[in-house]
Design a protein around this ligand. Structure first.
Ligand code: CA
Length: 256
């Protein structure tokens, strides 16, 4: 975590250019974290990923990788096998052990002829792997396939978790047969949760993703909107799918 936790006071405010200026793109543009110690490979990956419309972060060793994921979980990780300080397989193992990071798709980058490593990588919880030197086109296709699986919102027009349905085109939300009328912020919050089912987000992360990085909002504002979202979703006495994770944040349960 980045030094923020539930219970922090109003001193934790954020700088703003314009209040209420929410950037929808920050929700839709998938962010990919590259953990790789060869700068030439980072350059090649970054070029191709940005060209394909992804937001890209990169770090050059395993420990930095763990910190980067903690601070702002990406939508997908490209993880080199041979890394200084903490190996790729160890990073993978540690991410899979934590509830907040266990569902993030991981593609391992391995060197040719290291089939045994590849198997160990998949054992450690990687979703896929590519062998260096790789074809950028093939890697992009694998990334797309994994993201589609993990974030159906990127390719589909509706989201469905438990008995909640979200029609992204009509901007309508249903709980069972009942239409749920949400305010714009609650709608974006719910959408973010539904795009990342089960994942725990700190209030800081929710502010970044739902309000946008440049908006001046206090952390406790998140609690206010979570409360409203809960109230509206559970109006008819339905079970509460939003989980409060003590000193960590909030998550959407995947079944009621
Ligand atoms: Ca390496």
């Amino acid at each position: 975590m980045t030094g923020t936790s539930l219970g922090d006071g109003p001193n934790l405010t954020r700088r703003a250019k314009k209040v209420g200026d929410v950037v929808e793109m920050s929700v839709l543009k998938p962010r990919i974290l590259i953990v790789e110690d060869e700068s030439a490979v980072i350059t090649l990956l970054r070029y191709n990923l940005e060209h394909a419309g992804y937001e890209v972060d990169s770090v050059m060793d395993g420990e930095e990788g763990m910190i980067a994921v903690d601070e702002n979980p990406p939508d997908l990780i490209l993880l080199d096998w041979m890394l200084p300080r903490l190996s790729g397989v160890e990073v993978c193992r540690q991410l899979r052990r934590k509830a907040s990071t266990k569902n993030i798709p991981i593609i391992m980058l391995t060197a040719r002829g290291e089939e045994a490593d590849t198997v160990r990588g998949l054992d450690a919880g990687a979703d896929d792997y590519v062998t260096k030197p790789f074809s950028p086109a093939e890697l992009m296709a694998r990334i797309q396939a994994l993201l589609r699986r993990a974030r159906p919102a990127l390719s589909e027009e509706r989201l469905e978790i438990a008995d909640i349905r979200m029609d992204l085109v009509a901007h309508r939300v249903y709980r069972g047969d009942r239409e749920v009328k949400l305010g714009p912020t609650e709608y974006r919050l719910l959408r973010h949760f539904m795009e990342h089912p089960g994942r725990v987000f700190s209030r800081e992360q929710l502010l970044d993703s739902v309000w946008g990085r440049d908006v001046y909002v206090e952390l406790r504002t998140v609690d206010v909107h979570i409360r409203r979202l809960r109230k509206t979703l559970n109006e008819e006495g339905e079970s509460d799918l939003i989980r409060t994770v003590r000193s960590a944040g909030y998550a959407l349960e995947t079944d009621s």
